[in-house]
Every structure is written in structure tokens, then in C-alpha cells.
Design a protein around this ligand. Structure first.
Ligand code: AMP
Length: 485
């Protein structure tokens, strides 16, 4: 999972991008990068770690130029290393180009092999670099056409931001798997911004204009915005896990409020898995809105029975199992006075390996809870994501090899209830706002917000195994043998 942000035509482009990336930090904490352009050249800085650490003020001062794109990374394809950090910036026969990618390509390995056989030399293990090579090798003339040519060869999920010397280009894959939206700075005529989530617009005083539509390319210059449709249309497959877990709750993605969707998931969960209990508590932070919905529908008191330390990042990000075990204890602690002798419902958004839930149940029992009922606001997660969410292999997903009752035993809860697939989709769709009317404004931004409107418009592969884009498996043998140390 990653976050992308870009802005065009602002004298403080790098500083606003820095702020925009802060608002997207939840989408990736491994590395961050910004590339700016000043009409003549591109300037790049990338580093490992959080946005705040990668960009001290003097670094931002050096990133001059009125246009910028940035990226926060959470590795899915390619390892966690500076080489794989984004944006990727290159010089090629037509000038300079930088790209920031959210998503995962499903045929990157096959394309990479073909390109390498023809002489391409790759600098990283990232699937995004394949796009750059395809653009460089294209015989088309304009950068827009070269990008379109490259992207018609790739498959999978991509919400992309490109930066050239004088353009910023946003592209969303034809299925619209990952989100991407357009904003505009308040009080400024031609300062456009693009981000994975609209939360970053609020921080820089920009207003949400609309989503980039699935299969759309939007070309921004300092004085114009042009919308193109270079791909043949396909059914929409918006990632529903964005609503369940990944996106920030204050985001509205494709016309659906993430917060409202989570609350509604909690209500549906309470209806499907009611239980006699004294209180409902969330696994903070991501489980909070669903717990509010659960408590409301079940008529139970909502309490913060677990306190979260905000000085520890998302535990899942840690790369090794041993660190993750430690991380749960580091991150959450129980409020004993509230739990002692109580029958507690605990709501979380998902169980991946089962490690977190098992630790939480033990923690709550140690703190005196009389009963612990685990409720999950999505179905059993049985299949890995090939479209940009960092999930482990199938073997590591506890629900791929264990029944709900076996998982209940493993995590040692009294009862365990998962929301059904059908209810999950209906609960999210019920939070869809009416489609926006078209916004003609003469500069190419004129399409209505469509977004998912039926259960079929969501990608639910991690629960159903129905992958909308075929994943082309690769040998897994390839390794980068040239290392920075
Ligand atoms: P686990 O201990 O592996 O079962 O992890 C479960 C926890 O990870 C839940 O609290 C989820 O909120 C969280 N989670 C689920 N999917 C992801 C993901 N792709 N990245 C980070 N955290 C996740």
C-alpha cells in the first residue's frame, strides 16, 4: 500500500507536497520521496522512514520548482530498501520523468523479463520501474501517448502520478482498484492537486474537486487540465478493504464516506452476531468507527477498553514475525478498572495471521474480563492481495486453513463472529452519496463522480478469491545482487 500526492503551479510545491504526504502517512511508513520540477529539470529526494524524518526543512528548501509529486511507501512488490523508494525519476531520450505509484502490477515480472532480454537495465525490484522502461521504449511521440502506450501493456492496480518538466499526469487503472482524487487550492485559479485520499487536501486548504475516474488520464499543466480516456473500459473493481481498514476515516472515496461505511459495517455486524454482553470496545484505532456502529445497533455501552500508544506505528508494518509479537504489547494496553468482571465484545476490522487477536484476548482476560467475544467487521481473510495491499502468503492467513471455530479456539475468545461478504458490501454501498452532477468548467474537469454502485463494483478477492485481474505468478528466484550498504 502506498500514498501519492502531487501539486502543480505553486511556488511552495515541495512544502505543500510534504504536508500532503503527512496526511497520507498511514498508507506507508517505510520510505518517502518528493520530486519537483521547475520547467527545466527535476529535483529528487527520497529516504527511508517517515515523512517527517526524510524531509528536514533545509531539504525541502532545496526542492525548488512549482510542480511536485510525492510518495509514501509500504512495500508490496520489491523489498524495503532505498532503491525501491519512490518517486522513481529518470532521464530518457525525451527528457525527464518521475513517477509515483499506488497499487501493484500483476504482470510486472513477465514484462521485466521481456524488457531485460531486450537490454533494459533495472535499478530496483519495484514493479513501477517496468512502467518507466515501457515509456522509454515507446515509439509514440507525446509523453501522454507514451504513458498510455506503456499502460496498455501492464495489468493490475495502478493509481499513478507522473511529473515531467512541465506537466503532472494522473492515471487510474481501468478498474479503479485504488483511489485517486483531484483537488484545487482555495482562492487560487490554477493550482491543482492530486492525492490518494482527499484527507491531504484539507491540510493544505484545497477543496475536493472529484475523483480521477477508472481508466482516466488527467493531464495538468500550469494553465490547463485535460481529461483523456486512453484505455478500453472495464467493469469497476474498487478495493473494498480501503473502506474496511486502509483509508483514513475522514476520507470520502468514490462518493462513499469511509467513516460512515465503517460505522455501518459495525451495525451490520451487531445484527449478524448479536451476543449478551456488558460493553463493546474497539481495537484502536481502525476498529473505532465499527465499534461505535456495533454499540449503537446492539444497544450496548461503547468504552475504550484498550488504550493505544501513539508513539508506535502500525504493528503490521514491522517486517519480521518476532518484532510483530512484541509490537502488539507495545502498542495496546487494557484499562483494567473498566474490564474487570465484564462480558466484553471486542471489535476489529480484520484478522490476518491471528497474532494480534490472540494477544488482545489474553490481555483482556489478564485484565479481568469475564467473557471476551471477538467481532470482525469483514469476512475471513483467506486470499492474498495482488493489487497493492501488503498481505502475507496464503499459508500465513489463518482463515485459509482454519474454520471460524478453529480460529476462535486459536485466539482463545469465547465466541468469534465475522461479517458476511454480502452484508459487508451492502453496508458499504448504503453509505454512498448521490452521484455528483457533472461539473462543466471548461478546462476538462467535467465528469460526474460515478464510483461503485453495485456489489459487483468492488474487488473482494482477499475474502472470495475472485481476482478481477489475473495474477501471473513468477519464479520468485530473482534477487537484486547489487546492494547499497
Ligand atoms: P494479525 O495479527 O496478523 O491477525 O493482524 C491483524 C491486525 O492487522 C488487525 O488489527 C488489522 O487491523 C491489521 N491489518 C489487517 N490488514 C492489514 C494490512 N494489510 N496492513 C496492516 N495492518 C493490517
Amino acid at each position: 500500500m502506498c500514498g501519492v500526492f502531487g501539486i502543480i503551479n505553486h511556488s511552495e510545491a515541495s512544502k505543500l507536497t510534504h504536508l500532503g504526504l503527512h496526511a497520507l502517512q498511514h498508507r506507508g511508513q517505510e520510505s518517502a520521496g518528493i520530486v519537483t520540477s521547475d520547467g527545466g529539470q527535476l529535483l529528487q529526494h527520497r529516504g527511508m522512514g517517515l515523512v517527517h524524518d526524510v524531509f528536514p526543512e533545509q531539504q525541502l528548501e532545496r526542492l525548488t520548482g512549482k510542480n511536485a509529486i510525492g510518495h509514501v511507501r509500504y512495500s508490496t512488490a520489491g523489498g524495503s530498501a532505498l532503491k525501491n523508494a519512490q518517486p522513481i525519476a529518470v532521464n530518457y531520450s525525451r527528457g525527464c520523468l518521475a513517477v509515483a505509484h499506488n497499487g501493484n502490477l500483476t504482470n510486472a515480472e513477465a514484462l521485466r523479463e521481456r524488457l531485460e532480454e531486450r537490454g533494459s537495465i533495472f535499478q530496483s525490484m519495484s514493479d513501477t520501474e517496468v512502467i518507466v522502461h515501457l515509456i522509454a521504449a515507446s515509439v509514440q511521440h507525446t509523453v501522454e501517448d507514451r504513458i498510455a502506450d506503456a499502460l496498455t501493456q501492464v495489468r493490475g492496480a495502478y493509481s499513478l502520478l507522473f511529473l515531467t518538466e512541465d506537466k503532472m499526469i494522473a492515471v487510474r487503472d481501468p478498474r479503479g482498484i485504488r483511489p485517486l482524487c483531484i483537488g484545487k487550492l482555495r482562492g487560487e485559479e490554477n493550482v491543482h492537486t492530486v492525492a490518494s485520499e482527499p484527507s491531504s487536501f484539507d491540510l493544505i486548504d484545497a477543496e475536493f474537486v472529484r475523483n480521477v475516474e477508472p481508466g482516466e488520464m488527467v493531464v495538468f499543466t500550469e494553465s490547463s487540465v485535460r481529461s483523456m480516456r486512453p484505455f478500453s473500459s472495464m467493469p469497476q473493481s474498487s478495493c473494498i478493504f480501503e473502506y474496511v481498514y486502509f483509508a483514513r476515516p475522514d476520507a470520502v472515496l468514490d462518493g462513499i464516506s469511509v467513516y460512515e461505511a465503517r460505522k455501518n459495517l459495525g451495525r451490520a455486524l451487531a445484527r449478524e452476531h448479536a451476543i449478551d454482553a456488558d460493553l463493546v470496545i474497539p481495537v484502536p484505532d481502525s476498529g473505532v468507527p465499527a465499534t461505535i456502529g456495533y454499540a449503537e445497533a446492539a444497544g450496548l455501552p461503547f468504552e475504550m477498553g484498550l488504550v493505544r500508544s501513539h508513539y508506535v506505528g502500525r504493528t503490521f508494518i514491522e517486517p519480521s514475525q518476532s518484532i510483530r509479537h512484541f509490537g502488539v504489547r507495545l502498542k495496546l494496553s487494557p484499562v483494567g478498572s473498566m474490564l474487570a468482571g465484564k462480558r466484553v465484545v471486542v471489535v476489529d476490522d480484520s484478522i490476518v495471521r491471528g497474532t494480534t487477536s490472540r494477544k488482545i484476548v489474553k490481555m483482556l482476560r489478564d485484565a479481568g474480563a469475564k467473557e471476551v467475544h471477538m467481532r470482525i467487521s469483514s469476512p475471513p481473510n483467506q486470499w492474498p492481495c495482488y493489487y497493492g495491499i501488503d498481505t502475507p502468503t496464503r499459508a500465513e492467513l489463518i482463515a485459509s486453513s482454519h474454520s471460524v471455530e478453529e480460529i476462535n479456539q486459536y485466539i482463545t475468545s469465547d465466541t468469534l463472529g465475522y461479517l458476511s461478504l454480502d452484508s459487508m458490501k451492502r453496508a458499504v454501498l448504503a453509505c454512498r452519496t448521490a452521484p455528483e452532477p457533472p461539473k462543466p468548467n471548461g478546462n476538462g474537469i467535467h465528469l460526474p463522480v460515478l464510483g461503485p454502485s453495485t456489489p459487483e463494483d468492488f474487488c473482494d478477492a482477499c475474502w472470495s478469491g475472485n481476482y478481477p485481474v489475473r495474477f501471473i505468478p513468477h519464479s520468485g528466484q530473482r534477487q537484486m545482487r547489487l546492494m547499497d550498504i
